[in-house]
Design a protein around this ligand. Structure first.
Ligand code: GLN
Length: 472
């Protein structure tokens, strides 16, 4: 299983046919990590003993001849803002350095139920804020396809791990593109589920009305398998929806895909898109047409206000969420040990505990929520959000899915945008609308995403699998 891409189904076959044991596979993956991750920097921590124990349990199931779930023994990488009991959970932030998760996130519990293995926790931008993973308090992750480039962000570690064969699949979180943009930069697949489809319980929150956990994988089929495993209602997350998903995700009727109509929003095919991206997306559209999928031009007129609305609402929510991190309850900030009184301690903890980008957003978020500015910024941005949602509702009367580029540019060079936050924010221009409207969106090579109707992940995963299978 060395150089070829190992999919979940191939892994499952290998394990059930006893081509390898879960322990052997695990050892092999750690060998790859030991060889490659010194340079790539995808992982922040690994818990090899815990993974070994999990693998032994899987091998016992194999020996007993018990029916194995598809994900049994599959080695996964987990973004470091998702709690895995007993393992570090930092969200890429200095203020959580040394914190150990005391419970499993709902998604982890579900994956444990399928006997999946957890290789380790992956690097990310500080508090999930960023588009390059350069904001991590701990290290810079490199793009495995070109080590001079960023892997995207904020789930850059998860994307790099999958793209370099250091995990079969990974989990990330997407508040404003953080699954899809790194998947795109690393040439893999990423799914942001409908808001409410996957429980956020045990995810360190960034902006709670946007946050969703989702998979980063080598293939669309793998994304469907992972999504199916983690989706579902959870009493611990009041915004989780009671929707049941089934075989339509993983075993779509491909014939049915020919009856689909995909919308192309004219506001997304604008000047300024890098020529490689434009050519790749146009190539994908041509291939879909070859597969008899219909296209229709549509309009999402409020797109131009999406970035402003996102950066106001997200900052407001993040500033309130991050208030709980004061450097006392979860982990200590060494630079603050010398504080003379409590107030000084808080100030030192938060000054040293958060990076520049996070502090920028806390200040911005506090400002837009303050009396006197609330109506002008926060309330207004919520109105814009409603209009953006309405744009999509209108468009979905005529089309089944919407196709757009994921990022306006290919991966940029490490260091290129770190001193220019606004240019960095522009990387999110095509991804944030799905978060504002709460819609599912699937990013896949080459450089496009399919946005679906709420809870219609089956449509975009079906179209994605249709495209992928015929193309292969
Ligand atoms: N680039 C987005 C931001 O910085 C990513 C947020 C996310 O999805 N976690 O806000």
């Amino acid at each position: 299983m060395k150089d070829e891409v190992i999919t979940i189904k191939k892994f499952h076959e290998g394990l059930t046919n006893k081509v390898f044991s879960a322990r052997e596979a695990l050892a092999e993956f750690y060998k790859v990590i030991d060889t490659k991750d010194g340079e790539i920097g995808a992982y922040l921590s690994t818990d090899r003993d815990a993974a070994q124990t999990q693998a032994e349990e899987v091998d016992r199931l194999v020996e007993k001849g018990s029916p194995l779930p598809l994900l049994a023994g599959v080695p996964l990488a987990i973004k470091d803002n998702i709690m895995v009991k007993g393992q570090p959970c930092t969200a890429g932030a200095n203020i959580l350095k040394g914190y150990t998760a005391i419970y499993d996130a709902a998604v982890i519990k579900k994956l444990r139920g399928e006997s999946a293995l957890f290789l380790g926790k992956t690097n990310m931008d500080d508090s999930a804020m960023g588009s390059s993973t350069e904001n991590s308090a701990f290290k810079v992750t490199k793009n495995p396809r070109d080590m001079t480039k960023v892997p995207g962000g904020s789930s850059g570690g998860s994307a790099a791990a999958v793209a370099s064969g250091m995990a079969v699949a990974a989990l990330g979180s997407d508040t404003g593109g953080s699954i899809r943009q790194p998947a795109d930069f690393c040439g893999i697949v990423g799914l942001k589920p409908t808001y409410g489809a996957v429980s956020r319980y045990g995810l360190i929150p960034m902006a709670s009305s946007f946050d969703q956990i989702g998979p980063l994988t080598n293939t669309v089929e793998d994304a469907a398998i992972m999504f199916r495993a983690i989706a579902g209602e959870d009493p611990h997350d009041a915004t989780s929806a009671s929707v049941t998903y089934g075989d339509e995700l993983t075993d779509p009727n491909l014939e049915h895909m020919r009856e689909m109509t995909i919308g192309l929003p004219k506001e997304y095919f604008i000047a300024g898109i890098h020529e490689t991206i434009r050519a790749n997306v146009e190539g994908a559209i041509a291939q879909f047409k070859g597969l008899k999928v219909r296209f229709k031009e549509i309009s999402l007129p409020h797109t131009k206000h999406a970035l402003s609305a996102y950066y106001i609402i997200m900052a407001a929510e993040a500033s309130s969420n991050l208030a709980r991190l004061e450097g006392i309850r979860y982990a200590r900030v060494p630079q603050a040990e010398e504080a003379a009184h409590l107030m000084e301690r808080y100030v030192k903890n938060r000054s040293h505990g958060f990076g520049t980008e996070v502090k920028r957003r806390i200040i911005l978020g506090t400002f837009v929520l303050s009396s006197g500015h609330y109506d002008a910024y926060y309330a207004k941005a919520q109105k814009v959000r409603a209009l953006i949602r309405r744009d999509f509702d209108e468009a979905f009367k005529d089309v089944d899915a919407i196709l757009t580029p994921v990022s306006p540019t290919p991966p940029f060079t490490i260091g290129e945008k770190t001193n220019d936050p606004l240019t960095m924010y522009l990387s999110d221009i095509f991804t944030i609308t799905a978060n504002l409207a709460g819609l599912p969106a699937l990013a896949m090579p080459p450089n496009f995403q399919l946005i679906g109707k709420p809870f219609h992940e089956a449509d975009i995963l079906g179209l994605g699998q249709y495209y992928e299978r015929i193309r292969r």
